[in-house]
Design a protein around this ligand. Structure first.
Ligand code: MG
Ligand code: ZN
Length: 195
């Protein structure tokens, strides 16, 4: 049977968005994020990070440093008794000076590429899943993979709320932060009879 997942944006959703962080030293995890991920996992859903990291294509951060950030991020969550089931990133940038990353790719959110890959790797039914993020592209990504799109008001959330309204896009839920989003998801899951 396929699993349900909560896809989660990184910067501005799990940690403060400082813009192209190039080392773990500048990653500031919101204090409630640990509890939020724990609730998601305890409810039997997978927690998967989906993050655009064009800083790589832009030459601001090296790919190995991003791997280091993600390893340390996962370690920090493990210290709180919880871990992510996957971390997917898009390194591409259309105007990159590096051939490897110069690409109009299918994985940069709002494109569904990372969601499709995660779904295949982790046997996820995206139509029974959720996407939490602070930007319009996060919500569009959720819609593109047929998952329930949830907006958080941290990061760029307030601006995004206005933009979404102008675009006529209605999030499945607007949460003050990741913990509130996780709690809402748990409520939805309780209301849904197990299939
Ligand atoms: Mg973000
Ligand atoms: Zn990409």
């Amino acid at each position: 049977m396929k699993k349900k997942a909560v896809f989660i944006d990184r910067d501005g959703t799990i940690n403060i968005d400082v813009g192209y962080p190039s080392s773990y030293d500048v990653i500031d995890i919101y204090p409630y994020s640990f509890e939020a991920i724990k609730k998601i996992k305890d409810a039997g859903l997978l927690a998967v990070i989906i993050t655009n990291q064009s800083g790589i294509g832009r030459g601001i951060i090296e790919e190995k440093n991003l791997h280091d950030i993600h390893a340390k991020l996962n370690e920090e969550f493990k210290r709180h008794g919880v871990s992510f089931d996957g971390i997917y990133y898009c390194p591409h940038y259309v105007f990159s000076k590096m051939e490897k990353f110069k690409k109009k790719c299918a994985c940069r959110k709002p494109n569904p590429g990372m969601g499709k890959r995660a779904a295949e790797d982790l046997k996820i039914d995206t139509s029974l899943s959720y996407m939490i993020g602070d930007k319009v592209e996060d919500l569009l990504f959720g819609i593109n993979i047929n998952a329930a799109p949830i907006l958080v008001l941290t990061g760029y959330g307030q601006e995004s709320k206005k933009k979404l309204k102008d675009m006529g896009i209605q999030p499945a839920f607007v949460a003050n932060n990741l913990l509130e989003a996780a709690e809402w998801i748990i409520e939805q899951e309780k209301a849904t009879p197990a299939s």
